[in-house]
Design a protein around this ligand. Structure first.
Ligand code: NAD
Length: 463
């Protein structure tokens, strides 16, 4: 479907967000095709029943991969194809039926998904449900076996409430404010380009976009100087004319973003146009920490800069707030990087770049606390949609029951002693103990046989 309809999807993304072809290809269509190939090349291995070590000899311990059943996947509008279909592929691979709910805000992509998916997948097993709040509210009244939701924290709570009615497990991929710290040890040109790229793709409407910068006054001066040059180089004198910038998804979001501008002093940019769903890349300095731009997720091309003395200050600033979805640290000092890694709880981190931890199929992607729960990507998606069913298969060999005779009534003090000596101390003596019991059993059988032999032999001699 992705290969045969690439252009249809690219057109839909253009229509919804004016997504440049390179961004749409890299972060939506190619990403999905690669993901399907990744799954297909490994699925045989993933679905295999796994045998794990057993504590008791002759026991077999198995983990079966069981699909949950019918799952609901709800996508968000900012990467409307990828965020909807990536979880869907993993859910199908794990053996589930999937109700697919694209975001109504990105209407063109939603209708492309609704039109194309039934041409490639069974309509009953993988129905696409379109619609806004009333339709989603109805949908959430149904009983699902798993719900995978991507979107805002506010709606995430609504989804979780609905799931709670049936104790349905959920993954919530939410948002928040992702900080970006820069110290004075970095190559400022490289750092500035990587930060501005992460911020300006999709015109800032990326859940893991750097939301605000933390740096010293000196680093801020260098960063602003470089940012001015880089933005001009990338988008020309009038960024509105650039073909390489998206548009804001809806007029109401431009209005929302405009209210953030008075949270600080505009150092670069600041122009916007509601009807054209447009705002230019904007950097704010002298920012009021209590203003909306610093208390709400920005989700647009505004980048406020907050001054901190050093990395210790920065960590304290971040940890006073909700746990972020992403964290970016630009520093060549290993001990500083390590301090952020160990002291800041957050969804995921890229050191010395932005966004890229999300592109790895070997790293789990997801938030923590207010930025979400659960994770996916690569095999983690398959695991998310799989119930790991434990199965212990026991042998009928009677020595096992003899060794564990104490478990059957009548219970005795001696039984407690045996139980205590059998306890697994975590370093393996449990298994050794069972081996010892087996050996003792064998030795006593051998001794019994020897005595019997001697008795018979003696009796024969006497006869
Ligand atoms: P959205 O408006 O597209 O909503 C997401 C889904 O929720 C849609 O399917 C929509 O139909 C449904 N929905 C909306 N309101 C609802 C309601 N009242 N009741 C039931 N369902 C409802 O997307 P959004 O929430 O504006 O998305 C932006 C947010 O998503 C940002 O906070 C962003 O950080 C976050 N996000 C997170 C990730 C991630 O992977 N963690 C990715 C993208 C976006």
């Amino acid at each position: 479907m992705y290969r045969e309809n690439r252009q249809i999807f690219l057109d839909a993304l253009k229509s919804d967000l004016n997504k440049p072809k390179l961004e749409a290809t890299m972060m939506e269509t190619h990403h999905l095709e690669d993901d399907v190939n990744f799954i297909l090349n490994r699925l045989d291995k993933w679905v295999r029943t796994e045998e794990v070590p057993s504590k008791v000899p002759l026991d077999k311990s198995l983990i079966y991969n069981e699909p949950y059943g019918v799952v609901l996947v709800m996508g968000a509008w900012n990467y409307p194809l990828q965020l909807t279909m990536l979880p869907v592929a993993g859910a199908i691979a794990a053996g589930n039926a999937v109700v697919i709910k694209p975001s109504e805000v990105s209407a063109a992509t939603a209708s492309a998904i609704a039109k194309l998916v039934p041409q490639y997948l069974d309509k009953d097993c993988y129905p696409v449900v379109c619609g806004g709040i009333p339709e989603t509210t109805e949908l959430l009244k149904e009983r699902f076996d798993y719900i995978f939701y991507t979107g805002s924290t506010t709606v995430g709570k609504i989804v979780r409430d609905a799931a709670n009615k049936f104790l349905t497990p959920t993954t919530l991929e939410l948002g928040g404010k992702s900080p970006c710290y820069i110290d004075n040890t970095v190559d400022i040109t490289v750092a500035t380009k990587r930060i501005l790229w992460g911020k300006m793709i999709n015109l800032g409407q990326t859940c893991i976009a750097p939301d605000y910068i933390l740096c010293s006054k000196e680093v801020q001066e260098e960063f602003l100087k470089t940012a001015k040059e880089v933005l001009k180089q990338w988008y020309g004198d009038d960024a509105r004319e650039s073909k390489d910038l998206c548009r804001i998804v809806a007029e109401r979001h431009v209005e929302r973003l405009a209210t953030y501008l008075d949270g600080g002093k505009v150092a670069i940019g600041g122009k916007y146009n509601v009807e054209e769903k447009w705002m230019e890349p904007t950097l704010l300095v002298d920012v009021d920490e209590k203003s909306k731009v610093m208390t709400e997720e920005i989700f647009g091309p505004i980048l406020p800069i907050i001054n901190v003395k050093n990395h210790v200050d920065a960590i304290e600033f971040i940890n006073k707030r909700e746990k972020p979805l992403a964290l970016y640290v630009f520093s060549t000092k290993k001990d500083r990087q390590e301090m952020f890694m160990r002291q800041v709880p957050c969804g995921g981190v890229t050191l010395n770049d932005t966004i890229f931890h999300v592109a790895s199929t070997d790293l789990p992607f997801g938030g923590v606390g207010n930025s979400g729960m659960g994770s996916y990507h690569g095999k983690f998606t398959f695991d998310t949609f799989t119930h790991k069913k434990a199965c212990l298969n026991r042998s009928y060999n009677s020595f096992i029951d003899k060794a564990m005779q104490f478990r059957f009534p009548p219970y005795t003090e001696k039984g407690i002693e045996t139980l205590t000596s059998l306890r697994d101390k975590g370093d393996g003596p449990g298994v050794l103990y069972y081996l010892k019991i087996t050996m003792t059993h064998l030795v006593s059988m051998a001794l019994g046989a020897l005595i019997l032999y001697l008795v018979l032999h003696y009796a024969q001699v006497r006869v």
